[in-house]
Write a protein that binds this ligand. Structure first.
Ligand code: UDP
Ligand code: MG
Length: 315
């Protein structure tokens, strides 16, 4: 199969018939073999009924329904697991992304040598309250991830199948998929300017809290990627340094008190600082040690990204 098109959706009943008909038209023109995976993220409108009706009329359409709303990242996760096309496309259900972009994205992956191509909504059709924070978001993410993309969170993206099978999208991590892709060892991450249209039906599912959550996710994602397998390298180091500083201070004060016979050493602010540093240093060290023990028994501790094997290898 050439293409899997994964579409997460939450209360998008009005858009679905138009969207799927449009996709089908493009696929017929290009003679692609394809599947559309509609992931109903616990919609409370009639989206699921619409999906069932559409699937009856077109065997290329499949649907998966969550019992409750789990979020876009969860919907993508499940979609990725079911995708079997050579190239996997994700797009939003609200008709803001145009299916006309699919053939070119497909070509960029198949012939252009890209592992992943992210859409760039260069001319965004969204209110200012959304576009300005988005600029800030993209700027920070660019800086922290070192990936030169203008638009990290575009719903329209294309991947090699191997890419979606090697990453695990969870939480609200759909905003940082390019980063997950890079961490999985895929370096060819490209960008394509895509048409963006106004939302035709329904309304946006995200408010301003998206930026706050997004920022916390960025911190945890970069932290986890760096120290998950070796927490001791962070906490252990900080703890040891802090403890040593406290110890030196305490030793110095003791020297003054017992050798030089200077009184009132324990009234000095430095005394409290030294005490605090030793206690906090010990705590940090223990935190690192516990983290180390936990990560050693984590089920994915030996999950590496193997790209290829020679044919004569057994197992
Ligand atoms: N979506 C989803 N689960 C959610 C929220 C959103 O599957 O909990 C879907 C939504 O139906 C749409 C896509 O994710 O297909 C993008 O959402 P939206 O258009 O509201 O975001 P925006 O375009 O405003 O950034
Ligand atoms: Mg939208």
């Amino acid at each position: 199969m050439d293409l899997s098109i994964v579409i997460p959706l939450y209360n998008e009943e009005e858009s679905l018939p138009e969207l799927t008909a449009w996709i089908d038209r493009v696929m017929q023109q290009q003679k692609f073999t394809y599947e559309v995976l509609l992931i109903d993220d616990g919609s409370r409108d009639d989206s699921w009924k619409v999906i069932n009706r559409l699937a009856e009329g077109n065997p290329n359409l499949c649907g998966i329904r969550f019992r409750r709303n789990h979020g876009k990242a969860a919907a993508l996760n499940v979609g990725f697991r079911h995708a079997s096309g050579d190239v996997v496309i994700t797009m939003d259900a609200d008709l803001q992304d145009s299916p006309d972009e699919i053939p070119e994205l497909y070509r960029m992956i198949k012939e252009g040598g890209y592992d992943m191509v992210s859409g760039w909504k260069k001319h965004r059709k969204d209110p200012l309250s959304k576009t300005i924070p988005t600029k800030l978001f993209n700027w920070t993410t660019r800086l922290m991830s070192g990936i030169r993309l203008h638009d990290f969170n575009c719903g329209l993206k294309a991947y090699k199948q191997a890419v979606v099978k090697s990453i695990e999208v969870y939480g609200e991590m759909h905003r940082y998929i390019p980063y997950l892709v890079k961490k999985a060892g895929f370096d060819e991450i490209g960008e394509k300017v895509v048409h963006h249209r106004e939302r035709k039906y329904g309304r946006t599912k995200y408010g301003l809290d998206r930026f706050f959550k997004g920022f916390l996710d960025l911190i945890s994602i970069s932290f986890v990627a760096r120290f998950k397998q070796r927490p001791m390298h962070l906490f252990g180091l900080l703890g040891t340094l802090l403890f040593l500083a406290g110890f030196v201070i305490a030793a110095w004060l003791a020297y003054g008190r017992f050798v030089q016979q200077i009184y009132g050493m324990t009234d000095r602010p430095l005394f409290f600082f030294g005490l605090l540093a030793m206690i906090l240093g010990t705590q940090l060290f223990i935190a690192g040690f516990l983290g180390e023990m936990i990560s050693r028994s984590a089920p994915d501790r030996n999950r590496y990204h193997i790209e290829e094997k020679t044919k004569n290898l057994n197992g």
